[in-house]
Design a protein around this ligand. Structure first.
Ligand SMILES: [Cu+2]
Length: 113
């Protein structure tokens, strides 16, 4: 009985591993998550250097809500509340300059390496 159960677990695990291999895209380097803190109505760092496919994650440390919104709203995290995060995946053609939709004097930019 016990042996039958553990054998089934091994088979299930092998199937799961095969699925991971099939769905993992080929790429030179694993995508990186770049953290940008929003503190005292500013993005830190103000310029984030990334590669296509990476993720940028903004975390709001202020009481006021903020956003990271591309110029002309090409992309937008939506509202990020206190303690919350917003994420965007870097694409080749994305707008590089962004601001806070609630406080447009807050500005940041993305440099694609
Ligand atoms: Cu703001």
């Amino acid at each position: 009985m016990g042996q039958t159960l553990s054998r089934r677990d091994v088979i299930g695990g092998a199937a799961a591993s095969a699925a991971v291999l099939i769905t993992t895209p080929l790429r030179a380097a694993a995508p990186v998550v770049h953290d940008v803190a929003i503190k005292s109505f500013a993005y830190e760092p103000a310029v984030v250097r990334v590669h296509v496919g990476d993720m940028i994650r903004w975390t709001n440390h202020d009481v006021a809500p903020h956003t990271a919104s591309a110029d002309e709203f090409g992309w937008d995290t939506g509202e990020i509340v206190k303690g919350g995060t917003g994420k965007i995946t870097v694409t080749e053609d994305m707008k590089k300059s962004y601001f806070c939709a609630f406080h447009p004097h807050m500005r940041g930019s993305i440099e694609i390496l």
